[in-house]
Design a protein around this ligand. Structure first.
Ligand code: BG6
Length: 495
């Protein structure tokens, strides 16, 4: 619910990458769609002395370059007028005084204040404490919210500590922890697909599902984030957050209502049912690798042992998923960028067709294509015409672009900002969700670092990762599959 009066969005870290690449483009798009709060003041705060014309110019250059021909100068100038600047370092208490003074100059009572911390994670606790000390988080008639970017800590203990520090000055309801994956249209569609239809949910369990694969593959390497990534690795960067959230959405029970707490309760309940992998047994459940050339990336140690690829097998100990295997994999510098959830169904119990000895029809597969080419594919067996009993897999496909138009999918940050202004925390991560992610991933990280853990394999860029990942799934008689994109294999059982 929007309340009347001006809204102030304070961006701390306004000259940084995130503000240029994500926040300003998303705000500008929302402006073009007429969806920003009626009176919005954006205050760009940075320790680098701000010249507002230069800063607006550098935002404009970024947006124009990435918009292409559709960029409208007039609209941009009207939008840019909403942005003002403040030079203040986030370590220095005096800066918070200046900010409070600036905000105090507006006579009309504010509807609310959104503090967006686009700053390195190590500063978050201190900045929140200082915002509190400066009276900027005071409880009064205006809402006051703080948006925080991942990573939330680097293990369970530090995440708990960070949550504890934030809770000293903020209620949980004021904290908006971003996981941009959750706000992707296709990820939100998992809920609609599962719970606004009746034909899929009855199949969504151990009686029909053989196993589930979730893949988050990236063609790019670490780019200019080598130093950061070398400290973090793929488990902290992707599995603890994006992957755990996807797993929860795919496997959780239906929430009773579409409210933030109902959703978060179900997600956390699901994560609590994931069987923890003991650190000493990580070799049985996970494989890891590093792409060739990672150690030569700027900022990366030449002796780095950090994994840029991992595959993990998990069990969920509840009635719905007992004995169903979940295979998760993610890596950088693999063959192509794509993310999907692939559900493979069980084979029919009895094959009445006269198939050759030893062959079986390919099991049905449902793929939720998260990106690119967003959509849903259902692969099933069809009769090959003009054969005696030939069969082959065919796809039934839904593509967002075809059904809703090429520009239907907004950037995740648009949705997140809109929800933060509106006070809807459904797509943000609650403290217990963050902590559960760490609880499950900490032993895996520990196992990876131990000499008894799975070896760090080198994989060639532009491949699908390590042989260890193939062995991990191969031991269970399965293989990595790609359900999205065009089907390349035309083979089938033909008689
Ligand atoms: C970020 C990770 O959270 O997600 C990056 O830190 C990764 O390493 C990115 O590249 C992937 O997000 P997207 O939306 O580009 O798939």
């Amino acid at each position: 619910m929007m309340t009347a009066g001006p809204v102030f969005m304070v961006i701390l870290g306004a000259t940084g990458d995130l503000t240029h690449r994500k926040l300003i483009p998303a705000l500008f798009n929302l402006y073009l769609k007429g969806r920003l709060p009626e009176e919005l003041h954006i205050i760009a705060v940075s320790r680098h002395g701000i010249n507002i014309d230069e800063l607006r110019g550098s935002y404009r250059d970024w947006v124009r370059e990435n918009t292409g021909q559709g960029f409208d100068d007039g609209q941009w100038s009207r939008f840019a007028a909403l942005i003002s600047g403040l030079s203040a370092g986030c370590k220095d208490m005096a800066g918070y005084g200046k900010l409070a003074e600036l905000l105090g100059q507006h006579k009309e009572p504010a509807a609310g204040y959104l503090f967006y911390l686009a700053i390195p994670p190590g500063f978050v606790a201190d900045v929140v404490a200082k915002l509190g000390r400066a009276g900027l988080l005071a409880k009064d008639d205006a809402w006051r919210r703080v948006v925080v970017e991942k990573p939330f800590g680097h293990d369970l203990a530090s995440a708990r500590e960070l949550n504890g520090e934030m809770h000293k000055v903020l209620d949980e309801s004021q904290i908006y922890r971003i996981d941009h994956y959750v706000a992707k249209e296709t990820v939100q569609n998992i809920l609609v697909f599962r719970f606004a239809n009746t034909i899929f949910e009855p199949l969504w369990n151990r009686n029909f599902v053989d196993h589930i694969q979730i893949t988050l593959a990236e063609e790019i390497g670490v780019e200019n984030r080598g130093g950061f990534y070398d400290q973090v690795g793929v488990v902290r960067d992707i599995f603890q957050n994006h992957m755990m959230q996807l797993l929860a959405l795919v496997a959780m029970e239906p929430p009773a209502s579409f409210t933030a707490d109902a959703l978060h309760n179900e997600k956390v309940k699901l994560l609590r049912a994931v069987r923890p992998v003991p650190a000493a047994e990580v070799g049985k459940y996970a494989a890891r690798g590093q792409y060739r050339g990672f150690r030569e990336e700027p900022g990366v140690s030449p002796e780095s042992r950090t994994e840029t690829f991992a595959a993990i097998k998990l069990h969920i100990d509840n009635w719905r998923w007992h004995d169903v295997l979940f295979y998760l994999r993610s890596g950088k510098r693999v063959k192509k960028k794509y993310s999907e959830v692939m559900i493979q169904f069980k084979s029919p119990p009895h094959i009445m067709f006269p198939v050759p000895e030893g062959s079986r029809p390919t099991p049905d597969m449902l793929a939720i294509c998260l990106q690119p080419d967003e959509g849903i594919h259902l692969r099933f067996e069809a009769r090959v015409p003009d054969t005696f009993a030939g069969m082959r897999s065919v796809d039934m496909e839904f593509h967002y672009e075809e059904s809703f138009g090429a520009s239907a999918i907004p950037q995740a940050y648009e949705r997140l900002l809109l929800d933060a202004f509106a006070g809807d925390r459904s797509l943000f991560i609650r403290n217990d969700g963050v902590e559960m992610g760490w609880e499950l991933m900490d032993p895996i990280i520990e196992g990876f670092q131990s000499p008894q853990g799975p070896p760090l394999e080198t994989y060639e860029p532009d491949t699908w990762g390590t042989a260890g990942a193939d062995r991990l799934i191969g031991r269970d008689g399965r293989e990595w599959l790609q359900g999205c994109g065009k089907k390349e294999d035309e083979s089938g059982i033909v008689r």
